[in-house]
Ligand binder design. Structure first.
Ligand code: GEK
Length: 244
């Protein structure tokens, strides 16, 4: 990895820390940022592929909602060759999508991938055997989350699967604090300084709004998913699977 792709966006004192945005500066360091910030990211990607292998049906649609640079799309694509399925990868950041296109073109594969520039709340979901939302729901305004999960439920074929990976919050606050400190310990071990950790936290506050595991499960059930469970958790990061 070259120095230019190392995430040092928050390494100097910024004075007033701006609200986090998925702009070109973030895109340029994104793979390094997400792998040093999200404990279990590689495991979640690998098992997104594993779940794709189990759930993706021939000639159906797979959705990668909040695809960023296409890491989840590629994890799925590697495991579903020859099924005639199509992956629809959606993101509302132009900078992300443009680099994602370059990366996907450099890693050509027989499975068709359609890149869509849109808010995931505005797209149609149909004939889906798999919907992946790896670390994206947390950026959707709280009041839009029920409608989004309901839309996913309606768009999935019976037996279809949604994967939702998220940062979690915890109750009571003392437990939230503990899990958050363990996460910060992980980031320190990955080479982030205390200044970087605290400025990133200020920047992402109010942009990334985490919920409790209970809230996720209850919403999934209320939207129709009777089968829903976390399959992975490390500190305050979790991945859930729900089946229609
Ligand atoms: C991965 N899944 O590497 N509509 C569309 N895109 C959105 C929206 C929205 N409403 N809100 C945020 N995004 C990826 C990682 S990153 C997670 C996902 C993170 C997009 C946003 O532009 C960004 O690309 C992505 O969701 C979240 O497996 O950075 O923590």
């Amino acid at each position: 990895m070259t120095d230019t792709s190392r995430d040092n966006l928050f390494s100097s004192p910024l004075g007033k820390v701006p609200a986090f945005a998925f702009d070109q500066a973030v895109v340029d360091v994104f793979p390094d940022m997400i792998s040093r910030s999200v404990p279990g990211y590689e495991t979640i990607l690998a098992h997104t592929g594993e779940l794709a292998d189990r759930f993706v049906q021939a000639n159906t649609h797979c959705y990668d909602l909040g695809c960023s640079l296409g890491a989840s799309t590629m994890a799925v694509r590697q495991r579903i060759a020859g099924r005639g399925a199509k992956i629809i990868a959606v993101d509302n950041s132009t900078a992300m999508l443009s680099k994602c296109k370059t990366i996907l073109e450099a890693n050509a594969d027989s499975t068709e991938v359609e890149l869509v520039h849109s808010d995931i709340c505005d797209i149609e979901i149909s004939d889906a055997s798999l919907v992946v939302m790896n670390f994206t729901l947390q950026f959707v305004p709280l009041e839009q989350r029920v409608a989004l999960i309901s839309k996913i439920y309606r768009g999935l074929n019976p037996g279809g699967c949604v994967i939702i990976s998220e940062k979690l919050s915890f109750e009571p606050e003392s437990l939230n604090q503990l899990l958050s400190e363990l996460h910060h310990g992980f980031k320190r071990a990955q080479g982030y300084s205390d200044l970087e950790i605290s400025q990133k936290r200020d920047s992402i506050e109010n942009v990334l709004v985490p919920e409790t595991l209970d809230s996720h499960i209850q919403r999934l059930r209320a939207c129709g998913f009777q089968s829903a469970s976390p399959w992975f958790q490390c500190f305050n990061f979790c991945s859930l699977v729900a089946i229609k």
